[in-house]
Design a protein around this ligand. Sequence first.
Ligand SMILES: *Cc1c(COP(=O)(O)O)cnc(C)c1O
Length: 455
Amino acid sequence: MSDKVPYKIYLEESEMPKAWYNMRADMKNKPAPLLNPGTGAPMKAEELEGVFCKELVAQELNNDDPWIEIPDEIRSFYRMYRPSPLVRAYCLEEKLGTPAKIYYKFEGNNTSGSHKLNSAIAQAYYAKKQGLKGVTTETGAGQWGTALSMACAYFGLDCKVYMVKVSYEQKPFRREVMRTYGASVTPSPSETTEIGKKILSEHPGTTGSLGCAISEAVEVAVGTEGYRYVLGSVLNQVLLHQSVIGLETKAALDKYGIKADMIIGCAGGGSNLGGLIAPFMGEKLRGEADYEIIAVEPASCPSFTRGTYAYDFCDTGKVCPLAKMYTLGCDFIPAPNHAGGLRYHGMSSTLSQLYADGYMKAVSVPQTSVFEAAEFFARTEGILPAPESSHAIRVAIDEAKKCKETGEEKNIVFGLTGTGYFDMVAYEKYHDGKMDDYIPTDEELKESLAKLPRI
Ligand SMILES: *Cc1c(COP(=O)(O)O)cnc(C)c1O
């Protein structure tokens, strides 16, 4: 059957998912609730609604419903760039001489260039429905900010983006794409917020982090009438929206009678991975099938592989609720790795619980080996991958090479989350031999983990 698999498996529009899948409904051990940092009690919906949109709060707290209908307005937008292709990497397989069959789900076929648009459009929709004027957010590498700008332009919402300073400087073109869609973009940490000023005085010259930018965006949302804060990863609601990736992947594989053996995804805050694995994990949780699931993170920011599973702040400024997750400590500011979207100190609490319960594995990979894989992939499969996505490519290639040694014909599926067109400074550093592989020492991690809040 599989030799009849086309290079690109497109689903029909009519085969697009009509509902998102909520993995939490099938988890025996639910992800730990968000806690109020002041009282230590689980956050109530009313408390969260001061920061987040009402309907998104309901999704955030919903551990019971396995399926949540995708509103028609969101499905109409999805239709502009979905279903996304599932590609059989014939050229890559041939070049590697592997008996493994490699598939990747490509989410870079929209102007924002990544999977983030899947959740951006959903969040903008609920903000609009609530009658808000606008939203604030943070962005790391810029993909989330770009996606949100597009989504806000579509629904006529104002969009204020706090962009991690290192990316703001490295990726001026992303900034301009956001402005093209009408967003205002501020480098973070900035002097425009109290928390930004505080961080700047404590860490002069800092290149920023997602944790800092989140604090600033939340401060502005809470202090501005008619605004709420939206987040591009980590939260349960974001994983829920991203389940569209996994549902399409599974539908496409099922269409050709293919059963995935291994599913690989890069992990920053965990949203693309959580979305890609969702329906597969559902089967695993219900005991219907088994899959090997691997999260890939940068060695410079190794939350799963070297972090601690504990309650921590989601942001550097400690204004957000506490989440139980694998974390490096909210004060951890990772080295300026070029995979900006993976520079986050924590991890989705849903994935953290699944990892703690042994449902998935994690590996970390150094930066130059990631770019080596990225370049190899570009030269064989044609697509210029985002640095973040290339973490998954690295491990997919390594696993396919293992299959060459063992002769196993595994079906390997990985998430190709985005394109690297805006990451050419990173590619330039790699080509010029100026990229380093900074890995934090045990001492550094110990120092930031020592400051975890005591619950
Ligand atoms: C943001 C981003 C990631 C990482 O975020 P997750 O929430 O872990 O998915 C990965 N790839 C790309 C292209 C991104 O933009």
